[in-house]
Design a protein around this ligand. Structure first.
Ligand code: PXL
Length: 244
């Protein structure tokens, strides 16, 4: 089953399209990659961003989707409202099932978005998505709520415009999952590390790969949480041999 990442390029390959391709490979799905922006960065320092024009992103998507049967895609760094609108349009055009990682702020403080793009996610992308995977800061921006507890996260998940997992890395390891209005909580142990670069990217791409391997949405989320947890523990996400 062929899957697709629509995201930015991190040349150090812990995050972005390159990392997504490694995760797809580890789980056993054939990955394709649409580049929305180049970046110059490593896990510790972010230098600059060079966005790709919406027209050229569209040309990349058409060139793959007109030949390959792709059902599941993930979106990562989309950079601007114009790119978010274009990707929303293509998701409808090709009837894609999209897992949206609403990338807004890099852990390293890099320039991953041109401006506040929460409104564009809410307007153009989330209503068409099968799942979104915000961290606490992103969920706050999507809902205008302050999230400091499990109850806040549950409330936010009810306001988000599609199924969601609000990841727990900044909430004591409490992941809040809302599928079709049913909320569940999965608590994970927090791991002491100085390298969490790309964990969000790898979570959403692992979910897509597990979906492509015929797991249902809830199972795909649980398996992907496990995959990222093991990756953080071993310091090598994407290069793992995944439990398929
Ligand atoms: O995890 C957010 C993210 C997404 N996409 C790219 C990134 C990062 C974080 O650094 O570099 C390309």
């Amino acid at each position: 089953m062929i899957v697709m990442s629509i995201a930015g390029v991190d040349p150090s390959a812990g995050a972005g399209v390159f990392a997504d391709l490694k995760t797809f490979q580890a789980i056993g799905a054939y990955g394709t990659g649409i580049v929305t922006a180049l970046t110059a960065q490593n896990p510790y320092k972010f230098f600059s961003t060079l966005p790709v024009s919406p027209d050229y992103i569209e040309e990349q998507m058409d060139s793959v989707l007109d030949e390959y049967e792709v059902k599941y895609v993930k979106t990562g760094m989309l950079y601007s409202p114009e790119i978010i609108e274009l990707v929303g349009k293509k998701i409808s055009e090709y009837d894609l099932k999209a897992v949206v990682d609403p990338v807004m702020v890099a852990t390293s403080g890099g320039d991953l978005t041109r401006e506040d793009i929460a409104d564009a996610f809410n307007k153009y992308l989330l209503p068409k998505a099968i799942l979104t995977t915000p961290n606490v800061a992103e969920a706050e921006k999507l809902t205008d709520l302050k999230i400091t507890s499990k109850e806040d996260a549950m409330k936010a998940s009810e306001m988000i415009k599609c199924n969601s997992i609000i990841t727990g890395g900044h909430l004591d390891g409490i992941n809040t999952i809302n599928i079709d209005g049913e909320v569940s909580v999965v608590k994970q142990e927090l791991i002491e590390t100085d390298n969490l670069h790309g964990t969000g990217c790898n979570l959403s791409s692992a979910i897509v790969a597990y979906l492509a391997k015929n797991n249902d949405l809830n199972t795909s989320i649980l398996k992907a949480l496990d995959y990222v947890y093991e990756g953080i523990k071993n310091g090598n996400y994407g290069t793992l041999i995944a439990k398929i």
